[in-house]
Design a protein. Sequence first.
Length: 157
Amino acid sequence: MSSVSTWFRPDAILNSIGNEQQRRMNKAAHTLAAYVKQSFQKTGKLGSQKRDAAGRFKARYHRLVSGGQKRTLYGASKKDETPAIQTGDLKRSIIAEVVKDGGEFVGMVGPMATVKGKSLKYAYWLEFGTSRMKARPFLRPAVTENRSKLYDILANG
């Protein structure tokens, strides 16, 4: 009579579960980052700003009386709308990252601190507003609007 045996390695099982959790969190974080970036394209009326034939925003140029310099003027987004695209730096700065915090994987989505050496501290002001400006959130609405899709990714991969 021959015996059949196998090795039971709990570490290998835990590692494979951890890898699957990390993969799902990574997918959810990158999906959310894509939704955030898409929200910038959904911006409604932008004051005097117009779109060209390709759908990109065109800046209007006006001559300034003093000095005759050209200056680009942009239409501003209205309160509670996603921010208007002016330079595109904020949209390009949105990144997704997954880190291990203790025994959990945490997905983080948001703007980088700087792009091309320029500070993006205005991202916080846009998201939460200031004493002089109403909020123009772009992260929180993306989470709210896509919560069920993100849960599905985390639960089912």
